[in-house]
Write a protein that binds this ligand. Structure first.
Ligand SMILES: C[S@@+](CC[C@H](N)C(=O)[O-])C[C@H]1O[C@@H](n2cnc3c(N)ncnc32)[C@H](O)[C@@H]1O
Length: 239
């Protein structure tokens, strides 16, 4: 049985939910992943280094952590656009980017991943971190990413998965459904939102199935690697 009713991934509902948790979003990310989210984003940035990038699109950019990591990895020699439909999260991202003096490298745009406001073949690489599982129609979004990527460009996706280790596999659902909402409440966020996010992780396709979905959107050379005992997976593909 699906834990997340398809209607719950309705774009408007998801947008409102992320806007509600915006102010505590970064803090909870770091606390709940024990800081590993930073290491995982660095790995995504390294993956983009397989090709020569000048323009990168970070979809579902949220507060811009991935966009900033890309900027650090490419030592400022790229321009990055972050797109997200949450006005509040992007607002936080803009402030962070300004404070880090990166406003000339990173721009933000409000928009929907399923209907990207760009012409065909604009970007060398597309990244998405912890975003795909929240998107209502993932196949449509993956086709959009493909459309706006230049020929031979690349796609890198970081997303939660399911632990392979038997002990972790048993305790992980408890962590997601009990501990995550509890910690989010203790840190002043919205436990219901974090309960929902935990459920979306359990419902998300396994890496091999996600690879198939990416392929069916037109991407080639699709491969993936699991990190942190399978808690997250990085998928990569070429146009
Ligand atoms: C879990 S957050 C990830 C944020 C960031 N990429 C990170 O690594 O922390 C998911 C983000 O996806 C955005 N999102 C979900 N569906 C979207 C859509 N259809 N179009 C644009 N943004 C979307 C949400 O607003 C939210 O900022």
């Amino acid at each position: 049985m699906n834990l997340v009713d398809h209607k719950e991934r309705d774009a408007k509902k998801v947008e409102r939910m992320f806007s509600r948790i915006a102010s505590r979003y970064d803090l909870l990310n770091h606390v709940l992943s024990l800081g590993l989210d930073i290491k995982w984003r660095k790995e995504v940035a390294r993956e983009t280094g397989r090709i020569n990038c000048r323009k990168i699109l970070d979809v579902c950019t949220g507060t811009g952590d991935m966009a900033m990591e890309l900027c650090r990895f490419w030592k400022g020699n790229v321009s990055i656009e972050g797109i997200d439909f949450s006005h509040e999260l992007i607002g936080i991202g803009k402030k962070k980017v300004k404070k880090a003096n990166l406003s000339n490298r990173i721009t933000f745009r409000e928009g929907d991943a399923e209907r990207l406001p760009y012409k065909d073949e604009q970007f060398d690489a597309i990244t998405i971190t912890f975003g795909l599982r929240n998107i209502h129609n993932r196949l449509r979004a993956l086709k959009e990413f493909h459309r706006v990527t230049k020929p031979e460009g690349c796609f890198v996706c970081l997303e939660f998965s399911r632990p392979t280790n038997t002990f972790f596999a048993k305790t992980y659902p408890l962590y997601l459904t009990k501990l995550v909402p509890l910690v989010s409440k203790m840190l002043g966020s919205d436990p219901a939102a974090y309960q929902y996010l935990g459920n979306t992780i359990q419902d998300f396709p396994l890496p091999e199935n996600l690879a198939g979905l990416i392929e069916s959107a037109g991407w080639k050379d699709v491969s993936y690697k699991k990190l942190a005992n399978g808690i997250v997976a990085i998928h990569r593909a070429r146009k």
